[in-house]
Design a protein around this ligand. Structure first.
Ligand SMILES: [Zn+2]
Length: 258
């Protein structure tokens, strides 16, 4: 393989992310209290919360790293030799940090887009109960880890996206450069399934951040589909629209990745 290797195909995964327990992805602290919240969530220029692609991609990577039992150095994993890179689905899919692998092309196969709040998922009833336009405010104690008691003057007002909210459209692009990439494509759905049993954002130890991936559709786009303007026509996952169902039927799906 070299840098002139033609792109074989691209998979486009679409779907939605449902918030099962309040989701808190912290925004940049501006020092300005908005509506009394000192810990806002990340929001788009219209003030609506969103899930940054980098947060989702990073969390998926860290979960699959643990599952694959990769080697860590200074708390990070990055393959450094072409031999280890060749056999490492994590670095092949999620990319390497820095430019560590000598004499080997290192192509990141996954792109995770930002996913925006679906306004219609916030019902009238939810709106009546929310403290802010799209979000709720939760007051949390900071707990002294040694004594287990609440620290004095420790109440924090945390903004979070309420349970029941949906973010869509989720969009993940996966580029296949070689035949083996069709096999390791499966790791993306393993990472999603691991994330459903973990948490997204902060405060997971207090029950925040449970999410579910729903209505997943996988389109398989071949080079000729790009030439003919026929992208996102060839759906390959049938009715299997959750990470678990896709994994259970992965062999069937793999057969359709021509
Ligand atoms: Zn690696």
């Amino acid at each position: 393989m070299n840098h002139q290797t033609p792109i074989i195909s691209k998979a486009v995964i679409k779907g939605c992310i449902r918030v099962v327990t309040g989701l808190r992805i912290g925004g940049p602290g501006t020092g300005v209290k908005i509506g009394g919240v000192d810990q806002p969530v990340i929001a788009d220029p219209y003030g609506k919360p969103y899930i940054p692609g980098s947060s989702l991609k990073g969390k998926m990577r860290s979960l699959i790293e643990k599952k694959e039992r990769v080697k860590f150095e200074n708390g990070k994993h990055t393959c450094q030799s072409p031999e280890s890179y060749k056999n490492c689905p994590v670095c092949k899919i999620w990319g390497i940090m820095g430019d560590k692998v000598k004499d080997a092309p290192t192509l990141t196969r996954i792109i995770v887009r930002d996913t925006f709040l679906d306004e219609n998922s916030i019902t009238e009833e939810m709106h009546r109960n929310l403290e802010l336009r799209w979000t709720e405010i939760k007051v949390e104690n900071a707990i002294d880890r040694i004594t287990g008691t609440a620290l004095s003057r420790s109440l924090r007002q945390l903004e979070r996206v309420p349970a029941g909210a949906r973010f869509s459209p989720l969009e993940i692009i996966y580029t296949c450069y070689e035949q083996d990439d069709k096999e390791i494509f499966k790791k993306i759905f393993e990472a999603m399934e691991l994330l459903e049993h973990d948490y997204l954002g902060g405060m997971g130890s207090r029950g925040y951040g449970k999410v579910k991936f729903e209505n997943l559709v996988i389109y398989w786009n071949r080079p000729e589909d790009y030439e003919n303007g026929n992208t996102n026509q060839n759906k390959v996952n049938g009715g299997f629209n959750t990470p678990a169902m896709i994994l259970q039927h992965y062999e069937e799906i793999l057969n359709k990745l021509s």
